[in-house]
Design a binder for this molecule. Sequence first.
Ligand SMILES: Cc1cc2nc3c(=O)[nH]c(=O)nc-3n(C[C@H](O)[C@H](O)[C@H](O)COP(=O)(O)OP(=O)(O)OC[C@H]3O[C@@H](n4cnc5c(N)ncnc54)[C@H](O)[C@@H]3O)c2cc1C
Length: 462
Amino acid sequence: MRTEPVRTGVATPPPRSADIAPVRSRPAAGTVWTAALVAVLAGPAVLWLLRSGPQPLWRQLSVVTGLLALSAMVVAATLPSRVRALSRALGLETLLVLHRQLGVLAGSLVAAHLAMVVAADPTRVALLDPLVAPGRGIAATGASIALVVLLVLALRRTRHRGSHEVWRWLHLCLGAVVLGASALHVLWLGHVVDDAVLGPVLAGLGVLLIAVLLSRWLMRGLLDHRSEFRVREVRAESPSVSTLVLTRRGRHTGGTWFRPGQFAWLRLDRHALEEHPFTIASSAQESGRAEFTVRHTGDFAATLRDLRTGTPVWVDGPYGAFTSDGVPGTGLVLIAGGVGITPMMSMLRTAADRGDKRPFRLVVHARDRGDLLFRAELAQLRTRLDLRVTEVLRRPVIGWDGATGPIDTGLLAATLTDLDNPHRRVDYFVCGNPRLVDDALGTLATLGVPEDRVHTEQFHHV
Ligand SMILES: Cc1cc2nc3c(=O)[nH]c(=O)nc-3n(C[C@H](O)[C@H](O)[C@H](O)COP(=O)(O)OP(=O)(O)OC[C@H]3O[C@@H](n4cnc5c(N)ncnc54)[C@H](O)[C@@H]3O)c2cc1C
């Protein structure tokens, strides 16, 4: 592909909009949210230690582990509950990693809590017998069993395929049982909720969690009328990939409503429980409109291809921190595998519409030639942007004289040669399957690119 001379320039700031908050420094927002989550996690246990006075060691430890387990469950439930500011600050991948880690931590703390309760008073082992145990014991046993089943299913999920929807609903139902039964256990236990300071703090946490869950499951899903879009067009990009063009129904406020690279959840019915995440691939400068480029992997994605013009689609978004808005780089290197090019297309289309003068380098990694998407449009974008595209096929193919093989140091070093101080002043965006992301991360680390300049998104989440 053609190589254009490097132009240097100053990043064009994204325009202000009525729909989205102004761009704030992501590290600062991330630090504030991390501090808030740590406060929720440790706050109740620290308060208990400050207020409980001298107590036998095992009893003290049993309450502390119990409170830490409860807080870990509250934070774990909040993280994937689509709090937009949180998703924008930390990103989907980080939220899901923390969600998993906190789930495992909660499980370990519950086991420690049970051990401490019995160590403090061995007769309490009777609390495990549902025939003689009081309500608080039955609630604790129910919560513990549900948590163990939930963790086993979640940890096995990475190895076992199967319906994502069935797994997701089982996960949600078990999570609801764990939270509900744990809340009853603490309420019926009495002593921590009776404390003049800890009681209101725990009640506040409970109200906060209920508000987050109501907003996630009722307000946003069922009452937010701004989420209704209509199909304007379905475009075939290749035999296995289509683009769904949507326009927002009714009046909209105008201006940008998402940041380039962010994603949204699509539903085919206002009340449908099934919803799937897809990146908004269009320019963020186009108001009231969104394009989603979708590979027909399974039932849902294939259904999108067959939608007729005018069909309603519900769009819950935008979410995610994988965006070129607000990054400090004076240039951007975008590394995409297959349909992972969708966020890069949004970044490039938006940059072209904004007259962005920064250098953009796009590396596209594909299975075969047919998997190389948007080639004509990228050629056109090169006339509007300082853009160079490097196409790489996974394996050598007869008649292909471009690059082949994995993303490695030789390939990336060649891509970076004309960039000004690529290790310090450039931001790197990587999106694709886990293997491509791992290859790219390893290569960028070898080239000495600092971790905080590398942003990743994977489409495969469990
Ligand atoms: C942030 C993000 C952005 C994405 N953007 C795009 C995009 O621009 N274009 C594109 O083609 N694909 C994208 N995907 C992937 C897309 O969400 C899945 O391919 C789609 O949900 C598959 O559903 P299915 O029923 O068609 O296939 P299935 O065969 O049912 O599922 C295939 C795999 O997709 C994942 N998946 C299925 N359902 C869900 C769900 N409800 N939530 C999360 N993951 C699920 C699971 O890993 C599953 O194993 C994105 C995924 C994420 C997380």
